[in-house]
Write a protein that binds this ligand. Structure first.
Ligand code: ARG
Length: 449
């Protein structure tokens, strides 16, 4: 039964389904985090004397059990229960009786859902960072492997300057490192405790908001009770913006792979598992997997728009509109994980035809390098530029191309060490958040993220 129901109103099924929406499904991912948030709340209620020791023990046990059931999908949410918060209170009350009736003291579903969302976001971003870091390692491996394999570098889809296959892989690694770094902003927003703000206006009880924050491994409580409600949707937007950037890196790399693996280029070959066939053309091996990676940021940006426009003109405080920001968040995490996992397979399994790559360089492409050979000999750049422009195109030996190019990050250089150092530095920024997540899980005796 719905928490707020007196039992006297007849339920209109269509209205119930409309207001509940996708919550019974989406909230399954939040339920374990609602257990953690509730466990912190219970500890605090005990320290301020709302719960006695026996009640605290009983609730702690029930919430730890609920956490296990929720994490394995065995704690269901019925439509009548509306959302995970009601389902959890019902479970806890069933397990503990009188104590369960006190668990909601001093909180509202409004601060409860924000708590669960923040705990969920913190762990999802940390897990995503780990999966992205794994892809960075694979990209570094491929970069090092092909660091001296020449291929044309393009601007405007026209041959520009000599580059290497390794340079492309290293570029993916560095994109991802900075994309992971962009997780810090949403992680900071997520790492504050909303509990105690209740429906948006606090409660007339001596709540210890700092204690709850400490137990949940957050940096501290948000201060203003109305502000807490203002953050719903904003955290989601910050996450979606970071996921959009990450998937954009993957998308552009996928576009390169699609282009360079086409018959016109033949630089790369996609392993068979990464291609799909045609129902009519027997010979076809299509890069559908990469095309789906290419389009991934489109839906995330669409969801970012859905979330931010839901906030436009919305008066302060909680409104049911905010419930609709949950689906875009959860779906974008699911999509981003899947996209990363598949891209890892593509980067790892990609075959490179180094002969075709090298043979593709036209004599024209060496013009800038020849210009700089004159510059190295002392000629002014503009004079050298004119001289080469007026001369016949001429290819250069590979050694000469690489000889002049040894500055940081140049094609042909091994960037593994510097990029790995950058990755480690970014990962260090995440350590505190991970410690907080572990601390929060201790409340339900399940410390591993
Ligand atoms: N399921 C709701 C949501 O996601 C929880 C908060 C409900 N609060 C309320 N006042 N109706 O927004």
């Amino acid at each position: 039964m719905r928490l707020w129901d007196s039992g006297s109103t007849e339920i209109d099924g269509a209205i119930l389904a409309f207001t509940v929406g996708e919550d019974p499904v989406l909230d399954k991912v939040l339920l374990p985090y609602d257990c953690i948030g509730s466990a912190a709340h219970v500890e605090m209620l005990a320290t301020i004397g709302v719960l006695n020791e026996e009640e605290r023990e009983a609730l702690r046990d029930a919430l730890s059990d609920a956490f296990i059931h929720a994490s394995t999908g065995r704690l269901g949410i019925s439509q009548e229960q509306e959302d995970c918060h009601t389902a959890l209170e019902a479970w806890v009350t069933q397990c503990t009786g009188e104590a369960g009736k006190k668990v909601h003291t001093g909180r509202s579903r409004n601060d409860q859902v924000i708590t669960a969302l923040r705990l969920y976001v913190r762990e999802q971003l940390l897990q995503l960072a780990a999966v992205a870091a794994d892809l960075v390692e694979v990209a570094l491996k491929r970069g090092r492997q092909h660091r001296s394999d020449l291929m044309p570098g393009y601007t405007h889809t026209r041959q520009a300057m000599p580059s290497t296959v390794g340079q492309l892989f290293f570029s993916l690694a560095e994109c991802l490192i900075r994309n992971i770094e962009a997780f810090v902003a949403p992680l900071k927003l997520a790492n504050r405790s909303p509990l105690g703000s209740a429906s948006g206006y606090g409660v007339p009880l001596p709540l210890d908001r700092q204690l709850v924050s400490d137990l949940l491994g957050f940096d501290g409580p948000d201060i203003n009770t109305i502000y807490v409600q203002q953050t719903r949707g904003l955290l989601e937007a910050s996450v979606l913006s970071a996921l959009h950037q990450l998937t954009l890196s993957l998308s552009r790399f996928a576009a390169d792979l699609i282009w360079f693996s086409s018959e016109a280029f033949g630089f790369f070959h996609l392993p068979q598992q990464l291609t799909t066939g045609s129902s009519i053309m027997p010979q076809k091996q299509n890069p559908d997997v990469l095309e789906l990676i290419r389009v991934a940021p489109a839906s995330i940006l669409g969801r970012y728009n859905a979330v931010t426009t839901a906030l436009h003109g919305l008066p302060s405080g909680y409104h049911r509109d905010l419930q609709r920001t949950k689906g875009p968040l959860v779906r974008s995490f699911i999509d981003t994980f899947a996209t990363l996992v598949v891209m890892r397979k593509a980067v790892d399994g990609l075959k490179v035809d180094t002969d075709k790559c090298a043979a593709a360089l036209t004599p024209d492409i060496f013009a800038t390098d020849r210009t700089f050979a004159l510059v190295r000999g002392g000629m002014a750049f503009r004079d050298a530029y004119r001289k080469i422009k007026e001369s016949e195109p001429e290819a250069m030996a590979n050694e000469l191309v690489f000889a002049g190019r040894d500055h940081l990050g140049a094609p042909g250089t091994d960037q593994t060490e510097s990029l790995r150092a950058a990755l480690i530095q970014v990962q260090q920024e995440l350590v505190g958040f991970a410690a907080g997540a572990t601390r929060s899980r201790e409340l339900v005796n399940s410390p591993d993220i």
